[in-house]
Design a binder for this molecule. Structure first.
Ligand code: ADP
Ligand code: MG
Length: 338
C-alpha cells in the first residue's frame, strides 16, 4: 500500500476549498492507502496566533477531519507538534535547501505581500516553511500527497530537496508526488474570484466555512461576485466568478462544471443552486462534528494513539537521515559514574 500524507493548518476555520480540494479526497481514499493526516500547528504559527485560539482551533480541526470521514482506526490522525521529529528533520533539510529556491515560492510572496508591516517584518519561519513541509512528507516516506493546486510548487520543492539530499548522502528519502483533484482543485474566493478561498484572508465574506450556519452560507452565495453579461456558461477566463460557482456546484453534485450550467437561466439561479448543493453537502459533516466535539476525551485518546503511531515511523527515518549526514550517535547513558 502506498503511504499517503497530507496536512491542514489550524490557522482559521476549515472552508469549502479545503473540503473540495483536499479533505474529501483524504477520507475517500483512506482505505486504499496507508494514510497519515495531520493538523499542522507548527505551520500555523508562521503568522501570529493567539495561544488560546490556537489550542481550541487545533482540536476543532482534528474534529473536522474526523467529521469529514477520516476514521482514526483506518488512518493515522495526529497533531504535527506532537511528533518532534518533524522539526528536527526540518533543520537537517534546511541545510540542503537554498535561499533562492525559497524565494521563488509564490505562497511566500503572497503571504509576505499581505503583511501590513512589510516583507522584512514577517517571521523567518514563513520563509522556511516549505522546508518544514518537506520534512512533514519525507519523515514518513510518503509517496502520494493529496493537495489542492496551491501546494503543487511546495511538493516540487520537496522532491528537489529530497533528490539533492539523496545525491549527497545516499538514498535516504522516498520521492513524493502531488495528487491534485481534477475538480475543485482551486476554489476561489466568492468576493474575489482572482484569489483562492483561504482561511487567512481579511474579509470572511468570500470564504464559506464548512461548519457555517446554512443561512449564512446562503447569504454568502447570494452576494457572490459574478461577471458582466447574463449567460451562465463555464469560461474561467472570461467569467471567473460564474465559473467558480459552477465548479463548486459541479463538485458538490458530482458533475462537470460545464454540465452543471444546464437549466440555469440567470446568475441568481446559479447562486441559489450552488448554495443549496453546498448546504446539503455540509449538513451530515456538521452533524458528525457536533457529536465529536461533545466528547473531548475521545478526541484526545485518538490523538494520543495517532502521535504514537506517527512517531514510530518518523523516528526511524530521522535516524537514517542523521546517520547519513554523519552525526555522531549519542552514546548510551551509563548507569554508574566513573
Ligand atoms: N481554495 C482552495 N481550493 C482548493 N484546495 C485548497 C484551497 N485552499 C486550500 N486548499 C487545500 O487545503 C489543504 C489545507 O491547506 P491549508 O494551507 O491548511 O489551507 P489555507 O491555505 O486555506 O490556510 C491543502 O491541501 C490545500 O492545497
Ligand atoms: Mg495554505
Amino acid at each position: 500500500m502506498a503511504r499517503v500524507l497530507s496536512g491542514i493548518q489550524p490557522s482559521g476555520e476549515v472552508h469549502l476549498g479545503n473540503y473540495l480540494g483536499a479533505l474529501r479526497r483524504w477520507a475517500g481514499e483512506q482505505h486504499e492507502h496507508d494514510s497519515f493526516y495531520c493538523v499542522v500547528d507548527l505551520h500555523a504559527v508562521t503568522t501570529p496566533q493567539d495561544p488560546v485560539t490556537l489550542r481550541t482551533r487545533t482540536l476543532e480541526t482534528v474534529a473536522t477531519l474526523a467529521a469529514v470521514g477520516i476514521d482514526p482506526e483506518v488512518s493515522t490522525l495526529f497533531v504535527q507538534s506532537h511528533v518532534h521529529e518533524h522539526a528536527e528533520l526540518c533543520w537537517l533539510l534546511e541545510c540542503t535547501t537554498s535561499m533562492g529556491e525559497l524565494r521563488r515560492m509564490t505562497q511566500f510572496k503572497d503571504k509576505a505581500a499581505r503583511s501590513t508591516s512589510g516583507t522584512d517584518a514577517v517571521a523567518a519561519a514563513l520563509f522556511t516553511y516549505p522546508v518544514l513541509q518537506a520534512a512533514d512528507i519525507l519523515v514518513y516516506d510518503a509517496e502520494r500527497i493529496p493537495v489542492g493546486e496551491d501546494q503543487k510548487q511546495h511538493i516540487e520543492l520537496t522532491r528537489d530537496v529530497a533528490q539533492r539530499f539523496n545525491h549527497r548522502y545516499g538514498e535516504v528519502f522516498v520521492l513524493p508526488e502531488a495528487v491534485i483533484p481534477r475538480a475543485a482543485a482551486r476554489v476561489l474566493d466568492l468576493q474575489n474570484p482572482m484569489a483562492k478561498m483561504s482561511k487567512s484572508v481579511d474579509s470572511p465574506q468570500g470564504t464559506v466555512g464548512l461548519m457555517e450556519d446554512p443561512k449564512a452560507i446562503e447569504r454568502k452565495f447570494k452576494r457572490a461576485v459574478t461577471d458582466s453579461g447574463e449567460e451562465v456558461v463555464y469560461d474561467p477566463t472570461a467569467k471567473p466568478g460564474v465559473s467558480n460557482l459552477l465548479s463548486i456546484l459541479g463538485a458538490a453534485t458530482g458533475q462537470e462544471p460545464a454540465a452543471a450550467a444546464a437549466g440555469l437561466a440567470r446568475y441568481s439561479d446559479l447562486k441559489a443552486a450552488a448554495a443549496e448543493a453546498v448546504v446539503e453537502l455540509v449538513r451530515p459533516v456538521q452533524e458528525r462534528y457536533a457529536a465529536l466535539m461533545a466528547d473531548r476525551g475521545e478526541l484526545e485518546r485518538v490523538l494520543g494513539r495517532g502521535a504514537e503511531k506517527a512517531q514510530s515511523v518518523a523516528a526511524v527515518t530521522l535516524a537514517r537521515a542523521r546517520e547519513a549526514m554523519g552525526f555522531l550517535p549519542r552514546p548510551p547513558t551509563s548507569r554508574r559514574g566513573g
